[in-house]
Design a protein around this ligand. Structure first.
Ligand code: NAD
Length: 503
């Protein structure tokens, strides 16, 4: 794997098309910034419509090439498994890349690199288990069956938070099915997708099956989502961008899978162990500096324990260590980009103006060593109200609003009073209540007495403005394959050509 922190430093990197790095046709590059210093550290190709077209053509040619098309499912599965093994073999280099590119914690990235190979292994095992079915139609001497086939060239647009993990969730099943792909990583975290593309070739997957075009959303992403050669899009990112992509895709009548933003409710009842619930809430909002789609950013606490809970949350939050992402004892690294830091500052400011109280945090860390980076202290805004601006918009930063509630009905109304519907969490010992919450909350995922407990074996995704379509489990295999219905008449009988055969 040539793409490492050491080789990238101070250099330029092109797109990965048809199994090799290529320079952008227009010769334009853009800087990638190190979030710990706000300084550029390498340049990536800024793709235009011509680059995107070359990548889609490469993927289309690979789709039709017998080397991929006529490969048995079992052999395809072996290659997908091999790709996972290579990720494990290069885990440290990949983890370092993610840290440097977007400020992810080294300890979290090492853990992700250990989990990602399992995900490739899981979907590799499904390659030869995707099957159609025979349909008992009411016609004699007729065999009617469904074939499951690859859908075609899949366009994948991914965000900067945990890019390799996000990519794996759909790349692994897409490859297992026999699709080919064009990936556009985020302009804020380009390197790991390019490194993975190298491993794809090393695994023995034919050139052109996986292509990576880099660049920003407005140019490269827009060109990809307008390209007529794409059969389906998978997008992970913000709701606003999702709207644009779905609009472009509609122009070509192409379906999308949308994994969008969230403003997830995290509920605490007074019957729980407060320390445990506090820990869950901290993990739900401050992990990855709040830059997770499932962040539990609206915390609703039952009134009798509200004061005690806020006190305990503040005390635990003070112990969260903000620091350099490469330090083993760091809990929160920097935000991945300058605009993200500005957004956090904006919403904390508006929250205070609207009457919330900064219980802890609410500023950049005072540590001189962190002064140049895009760091922000974990922040608890108490006495929040659901109608406050910071409680309505996805911040994607380490900010949680906490407010009391008095009844279960009120809590459900508050939890659902949002345009989003991605994740939700509840802490209670009352199983009946927990199940009522699970039934009534408008969210794709419900966590009971836990939070951010992810698994690639179970299907997950959003409702409302958090998106549509599901990833994980066998569900994703259905989403990225297509049914074809085949009918065989073995009666040998002559039919009246002007009468449709209904029986
Ligand atoms: P973003 O929407 O700004 O960008 C995501 C990707 O879309 C990037 O690759 C970007 O270049 C591209 N893009 C931007 N504008 C485009 C356009 N007009 N046409 C085509 N592509 C375009 O999101 P982000 O800031 O990178 O990531 C954060 C967002 O992602 C948050 O809203 C977060 O909730 C969401 N997210 C959701 C999930 C999920 O599973 N639901 C997971 C991770 C992140």
């Amino acid at each position: 794997m040539k793409t490492t922190v050491q080789t990238l430093q101070g250099s330029r990197i092109g797109h990965f098309i048809d199994g090799a790095f290529v320079a952008p046709r227009a010769g334009v590059y853009a800087p990638s910034y190190d979030p710990t210093t706000a300084e550029p550290w390498y340049e990536f190709a800024q793709g235009d419509a011509g680059d995107v077209d070359a990548a889609v053509r490469s993927a289309k040619a690979a789709l039709l090439d017998p080397a991929w098309r006529r490969m048995t499912q079992t052999d395809r599965g072996k290659l997908v498994r091999r790709l996972g093994e290579l990720v494990l073999a290069h885990a440290e280099d990949l983890a370092q890349l993610e840290c440097r590119d977007n400020g992810k914690l080294i300890k979290e990235m090492r853990a992700q690199m250990r989990a990602i190979p399992d995900s490739y292994g899981y979907f590799a095992g499904m390659a030869d288990k995707l099957q159609g079915d025979t349909i008992p139609v009411n016609k004699l001497d007729t065999l009617n069956f469904n074939l499951r086939e690859p859908i075609g060239v899949v366009g994948m647009i991914i965000p900067w938070n945990s890019p390799l993990m996000m990519l794996t969730g759909t790349l692994a099943p897409c490859l297992a099915i026999g699709n080919t792909v064009v990936v556009k990583p985020s302009e804020h975290a380009t390197a790991s997708a390019l490194a993975l593309a190298e491993l794809v070739i090393e695994a023995g997957i034919p050139a052109g099956v996986v292509n990576v075009v880099t660049g920003d959303g407005a140019t490269t992403g827009d060109a990809l989502t307008r390209h007529p050669g794409i059969a389906k899009y998978v997008f992970t990112g913000s709701t606003d961008t999702g709207r644009k992509i779905a609009g472009n895709a509609a122009g070509n009548l192409v379906p999308c899978q949308m994994e969008l933003g969230g403003k997830s409710p995290h509920v605490v009842f007074s019957d729980v162990d407060i320390e445990r619930a506090v820990n869950g809430v901290v993990s739900g909002i401050f992990a990855a500096a709040g830059q997770t789609c499932v962040a539990g950013s609206r915390c609703f606490v039952e009134a009798p324990v509200y004061e005690r809970f806020v006190e305990a949350l503040v005390e635990r939050t003070r112990r969260v260590k903000v620091g350099h992402p490469l330090a083993e004892d760091t809990d929160i690294g920097p935000l991945a980009l300058a605009a993200q830091l500005e957004k956090v500052e904006h919403f904390v400011g508006s929250g205070v103006r609207e009457g919330a109280r900064v219980a802890v945090g609410g500023r950049k860390p005072q540590d001189e060593a962190l002064a140049r980076g895009w760091y922000y202290e974990p922040t608890v805004l108490a006495e929040a109200r659901n109608e406050m601006s910071f409680m309505r918009h996805e911040i994607f930063g380490p900010v949680v609003g906490v407010m009391p509630f008095s009844s279960e009905d009120e809590m459900i109304a508050l939890a659902n009073d949002t345009e989003y519907g991605l994740a939700s969490g509840i802490w209670t010992r009352d199983i009946d209540r927990a199940m009522r919450f699970a039934r009534n909350v408008e969210a794709g995922t419900v966590w009971i007495n836990t939070y951010r407990s992810a698994a690639f074996m179970s299907a997950n995704g959003g409702t409302k403005k958090s998106g549509y379509g599901r990833r994980g489990g066998f569900e994703v295999m259905r989403e990225f394959s297509r049914l074809k219905n085949v009918v065989i008449d073995y009666s040998g009988a002559m039919q009246d050509p002007f009468v449709i055969r209904l029986r």
